[in-house]
Design a binder for this molecule. Structure first.
Ligand SMILES: [Fe+2]
Ligand SMILES: [Fe+2]
Length: 337
């Protein structure tokens, strides 16, 4: 689902290691620059600067972690969905997020970091993932709002990544974005249904919007003035649109959707600015954002503990799969001999 549109150093600030040290060569660098400048694609076999590789490993692995941790807040609601239809939709969505994680781990692996290394970084608490998942989903309306706003913000972040200069990441994002579009619509449709219901249901939707709105705006990362790495990301063709511009696009797209839905976005400063041709909005609480990124959110510990438990509980499945593969391979070799 959800990439943060900025680079957060992991806790140990030691991203994946390249397969082998690559000698720096002006001709190779010039070729790399030319491909990037021409909006071409860099593939895993191509020479790339170490810093480009490290940046991508960090961004793609953080993105992958966000997808699979993002399964947890909504997964909590599968057994409590209000109808068979809603349950089937939610199961499909949560499963999609698992698939997004797998595409992205595969893309990161092509850069020379192993899946085991990435899981170890996540499970030991060194790796970051999107801070939005460190908040609880308190009611069924939260599931709708997560689809509408969190997946909606993710789409804004991720569509430009379909044009990322690194081929495997760009190709993974094309499929991911198609599925995110379904996620956003199912959330909005669930909320529309609730808004045609009782006063209690409408109040539940408004309460969920109030709790999620500001956190979704923060998903686009700090203001451009405080994002010094963004310039390099743009130069490399990894990042295409700035944090503030993406946030603005999200606000402008969401305001009319909120009107149709009949909810109020909880920002007294939110208003149309005729001169700019965009909506102005109020100040985001960046202190809260950084506190949650750095481990102090309401659900950080719970999310990590659930993830680690799932990993440990699945050990027998991985062992069985490896034993089966080894046996198949031995049989194939015997038949070939
Ligand atoms: Fe999603
Ligand atoms: Fe996703």
């Amino acid at each position: 689902m959800y990439t943060q549109s900025f680079n957060v150093p992991d806790a140990d600030a030691k991203p994946g290691t390249p397969l082998k040290a690559v000698p720096h060569d002006a001709a190779l660098q010039a070729h790399f620059d030319a491909v990037v400048d021409a909006d071409g694609k860099i593939e895993p076999r191509d020479w790339m600067p170490d810093a480009y590789r490290k940046t991508l490993v960090r961004q793609i692995s953080q993105h992958a972690h966000s997808e699979i941790v993002g399964m947890l807040p909504e997964g909590n609601w599968i057994s409590r969905a209000p109808s068979l239809k809603r349950k089937a939709i939610l199961v499909a969505k949560v499963q999609d997020e698992g698939g997004h994680g797998l595409y992205l781990y595969s893309a990161a692996e092509t850069l020379g970091t192993s899946r085991d290394q990435m899981f170890e970084a996540l499970h030991s608490g060194k790796a970051k993932y999107s801070s939005i998942f460190n908040y609880p989903t308190l009611t069924w309306a939260d599931v709708g709002v997560v689809g509408w706003l969190v997946d909606g913000a993710a789409i804004m972040n991720q569509i430009p990544l379909c044009r990322c200069s690194f081929g495997p990441y760009a190709r993974a994002m094309i499929r991911v974005c198609k599925e995110e579009s379904f996620h956003q619509r199912q959330g909005y449709e669930a909320l529309l249904t609730m808004m045609q219901g009782t006063e209690e249901q409408k109040a539940m939707v408004q309460d969920a919007v109030n709790r999620w709105w500001w956190k979704c705006l923060a998903m686009f990362g700090p203001p451009d003035a405080d994002s010094p790495n963004s310039v390099q990301g743009m130069r490399w063709g990894i990042k295409r649109i700035s944090n503030d511009d993406l946030r603005q696009k999200f606000v402008d797209a969401t305001v009319p959707q909120a009107e149709v839905l009949g909810v109020t976005l909880p920002d007294p400063d939110l208003k149309w600015n005729e001169a700019r041709g965009h909506h102005d909005h109020g100040q985001i609480d960046w202190d809260e954002f950084w506190a949650v990124v750095n481990g102090d959110g309401p659900c950080n510990k719970e999310r990590l503990a659930t993830r680690v438990k799932a990993w440990n509980d699945g050990a027998w499945v991985r062992d069985a799969a490896l034993a089966h593969a080894a046996r198949q391979q031995a049989r194939a070799m015997k038949e070939a001999a």
